[in-house]
Design a binder for this molecule. Sequence first.
Ligand code: ARG
Length: 603
Amino acid sequence: MACGFRRSIACQLSRVLDLPPENLIKSISAVPISRKEEVADFQLSVDSLLENNNDHSRPDIQVQATRLAEKLKCDTVVSEISTGRGTVNFKINRELLTKTVLQQVINDGSKYGLKSELFSGLPQKKIVVEFSSPNVAKKFHVGHLRSTIIGNFIANLEEALGHHVTRINYLGDWGMQFGKNFKHPVSSIMMPFPRRAVLLCLLGLLGTGFQLFGYEEKLQSNPLQHLFEVYVQVNKEAADDKNIAKSAHEFFQRLELGDTQALALWQKFRDLSVEEYMRIYKRLGVHFDEYSGESFYREKSQEVLKLLDSKGLLQKTVRGTAIVDLSGNGDPSSICTVMRSDGTSLYATRDLAAAIDRMDKYNFDAMIYVTDKGQKKHFQQVFQMLQIMGYDWAERCQHVPFGVVQGMKTRRGNVTFLEDVLNEIRSRMLQNMASIKTTRELENPQETAERVGLAALIIQDFRGLLLSDYQFSWDRVFQSRGDTGVFLQYTHARLHSLEETFGCGYLNDFNSACLQEPQSVSILQHLLRFDEVLYRSSQDLQPRHIVSYLLTLSHLAAVAHKTLLIKDSPPEVAGARLHLFRAVRSVLANGMKLLGIIPVCRM
Ligand code: ARG
């Protein structure tokens, strides 16, 4: 077992150091191939051992490493022991390495790396991941796209680790649209708002707007686009025409009073929007267990306000609004408005209600919110409020923030709908593929183009720290050379065709002695590290570890593909090499799927 090596080294160390092997396992890591000193496969960092020991005297670690190495002996697993800078290095018996890694990759299939001892003793948790969360009748912007792919990755990873994951899409389907900071829905230009600022809710405006400018057929055939158009128009008109504001307000009141017709119209908007979203998410390979939304928490927000009040946490202001004072939590200026002067709730109030509701419903061990970093303070405040309300589980809530992407434009202009982005990806990729000479007759070129294009987009997005901003460039996304998603897909397709060409004949057994060239050993050493990479991503929820791992794997595969020929090799050698390539493809596919990429078999 790849991970068994680590345990076996830990057992030997444990005897010498008189520490339980469990405490040692995480100090032993596979040496990254770019930094391989000599040919060691694993290294023990003496520094991290001393940390474990709480030994503050810190004797010279080099001396410690040498002393430790002298006490250790080679055995059937470890064939060589040496020291590096502050490390003890272990080389694994070559044939054992080959056999064990390949067998394990093939036997564990999609679970390869996840059964490692790095994850042993990991309790199975209930995890809620909230992501995507676009706003009804408004732009789906790049931030929503990032939230969608990042949230999907996190959910995939947690699920792979054996946790029970609930994926929630929390739609922005409620909210006041006229206020001090009202932004025009199309541009980010501030709208001149009426002098006597009237608070109009999204539902009121849409309801009125639809009665004035809506078309039933357009709503049915293209709900997201049509609701957006209606919304833009009604906003424009409402700025000059007081009657519109008035009728929007009336529509909203009808909703409040439970008018069945008004409610039915709203329900229809929502249902049709969700239906269309589901269709588009499917193209992305993303699904949700629950489509929730702000509108669900109108009444529950009122209960939250009462609860805050009963706990003495609600403070009325002279303006008639109500706030929660959070200055005791480090930031003396931190307050959060939770009620408007007319008694209605705000975004933060609804988030409190939603969190409490989800705790009731799912009893989660962790809840992860994925949004851009602009909402960092918002979530900080929501979590702090939950905490002071007495909900200890507030510490199980986590915000995963990401940076801003600039300059993503489609041929039609700025991104307004998710579907525009997907269509743009597909058409650009189709064009690119037409110029790739290896592109064979594809059964479904549209689908392949979309999958390759999405891989490209995801890799570009996941390469850096999630929190970093970046400038978007279609050219960079689609480069077929270099570290792109196109390269990963290309590698996967190539390995797949290798298997197709040479097929099963060779695969039943293999002779590990045939895989001792440096190119093979590098690949095996790299495969050995997959569990550590998964572990790192599971710790910081950053996909970049997996991305760079897969890119390196693909580069290694490209070199091996040129040098480790199959055709014209003796059957024994060919069989062993096919085995190796098959293992590479399997791990490549596993990693890609975790990232939310559907590997293609041809392109
Ligand atoms: N709909 C919000 C937006 O577009 C994102 C919602 C994030 N989730 C939350 N629970 N507040 O900005």
